[in-house]
Design a protein around this ligand. Structure first.
Ligand code: GLY
Ligand code: MN
Ligand code: MN
Length: 455
């Protein structure tokens, strides 16, 4: 199937998160807050890129998780147990015909209630007058302490308004608690709707990788492959990548976060592409490595198959009841074994693993949580023990081997080869499901795809 055919088939409605689900998330969060508390969650704000141009606006993930509200300059207030006037209050930009004529639609406080399920809403310009009154009488304030110095100061200024009135009988909050821990634990468990979106993000990203492989030949520039990737994302409604696209040809593939993408691709290079789209605020994160000319060399193939074996073995460990580090441990074992077999490491397997000899070639971990943020939130250890996997958690599995171009400890033929293979995996009721398997990853399948593209 050509990418264009896939594109047409995919031009269907993107799955979304319902208002009911946003309300459930707020309820679940409030159920975990102490009595007499208030939670304050600010949105992201616009950032200037240069003079009158802003960076594309991306809502704060925590704020969006709880509201689905994509405008800047908003603040969510949750007040568990506040029955009369409602528990969910949104401060947001007021409607403004002139600003809307220039910069686009605003929901305004009315829209915040009608379309986003807020119990009450106010113009954000009034927050300094209103918020101290909401804080008054609440014992505890939850917010993401220390993340944004300006916001920390604002919270304190609102609290100080009440403190200044204690002699008149006002009761300021006495405890300040970090909201991140509770909220991020909720975000770690993905619902069916979230997984549907992530699966679609995975499919769009997989098709983009296929497209780049089909386009690739010696002589093209790395940025041209990036252009193919971004084109496929945007065609399918994912206007932004989840992170900067990495296209590393030859030894550039050994630079883990290479984003210059400005070298010419040579015959004999391996190309490492790490690219994933963001869809409805959810990330995909895929890496594939393939030969520029469509055919792996003997050395490239040998190392590639070690990485692939490690990745497949790691994915197989994923199931409820397993723990976070099992996948990493398996990749270390398979990669160290492979490097010994090919002569890049010398010694006994156990000893080489114990002294982490593999780190010259495999210097990162096997994966990370994935969700609204590409390196998503959620603890990897609980009570100092690796986290036990549970249904709905989503992670990447991404082992690699990178032989530095100046590694004189190995034969010359291996130097400058960089390989990573990365997929996105969800823990299911009884095992796992790969969300990104629409892009080939065996040597034969990659070579067949590329041969088909050039015939
Ligand atoms: N693309 C970033 C990562 O793989 O972690
Ligand atoms: Mn990753
Ligand atoms: Mn990646």
């Amino acid at each position: 199937m050509t990418p264009n055919m896939m594109t047409r088939q995919q031009a269907q409605a993107t799955p979304t998160i319902s208002n009911r689900e946003y309300a459930r998330r707020r309820r679940d969060l409030m159920a975990q807050l102490e009595a007499d508390s208030i939670a304050i969650v600010p949105s992201a704000s616009e950032k200037i890129r240069n003079r009158d141009c802003e960076y594309p606006f991306r809502q704060d993930s925590d704020f969006y998780y709880l509201t689905g509200f994509a405008e800047p300059d908003a603040v969510l207030i949750l007040m568990p147990g506040r029955t009369k006037h409602g528990q969910c209050i949104l401060f947001c930009r007021d409607r403004d015909p002139t600003m809307e004529l220039w910069n686009g639609y605003r929901a305004g406080p009315e829209g915040a209630c009608e379309d986003y399920g807020a119990d009450d809403a106010f113009p954000v310009g009034d927050i300094d007058d209103i918020l101290p009154g909401l804080l008054e009488g609440r014992e505890r304030v939850y917010y993401a302490m220390g993340r944004n110095a300006d916001f920390d100061r604002k919270v304190m200024s609102w609290v100080n308004v009440i403190r200044s009135k204690v002699r008149a009988g006002a009761h300021p909050p006495g405890e300040f608690l970090d909201l991140d821990h509770i909220l991020h634990d909720l975000r770690l468990y993905k619902s069916a709707a979230e997984i549907r979106i992530m699966h679609k993000a995975g499919k769009i990203s997989a098709n983009a990788h296929v497209r780049a492989m089909q386009f690739c030949k010696p002589g093209v520039m790395e940025y041209q492959l990036e252009a193919e990737i971004l084109h496929e994302f945007a065609l399918n409604g994912a206007r932004h990548p989840a992170y900067s696209t990495i296209v590393g040809a030859g030894k550039n593939g050994c630079i883990l976060h290479y984003i210059d993408n400005n070298s010419k691709i040579k015959d004999g290079d391996l190309i490492l592409i790490d690219a994933g789209c963001e869809l409805e605020h959810y990330a995909a994160d895929i890496t594939r490595t393939f030969p520029a000319n469509g055919k792996f060399s003997k050395e490239q193939k040998a190392l590639y198959n070690v990485v692939l074996k490690a990745q497949l073995a790691a994915i197989k460990t994923i199931k409820p009841g397993g723990h976070w580090n099992q996948a990493h441990d398996v990749t270390v074992k398979v990669i160290t074994e492979g490097l010994i077999e090919l002569g890049l490491l010398k010694g006994e397997l156990k000893k080489l693993i114990a002294k982490e000899a593999y780190r010259d070639f495999y210097m990162h971990r096997a994966g990370h949580w994935l969700g609204m943020d590409v390196h998503d939130v959620g603890d990897y250890k609980v009570a100092n023990k690796w986290r036990v996997l549970e249904e709905g958690m989503v992670m990447t599995v991404e082992p690699g081997i990178y032989v530095a171009p100046d590694n004189t400890k190995v034969a010359k033929k291996w130097r400058g080869i960089g390989i990573r293979i990365e997929d996105d995996v969800v823990v299911t009721k009884d095992g796992y499901k790969v969300l990104t398997d629409d892009v080939p990853k065996t040597v034969d399948a990659i070579e067949a795809l590329m041969a088909g593209a050039n015939s």
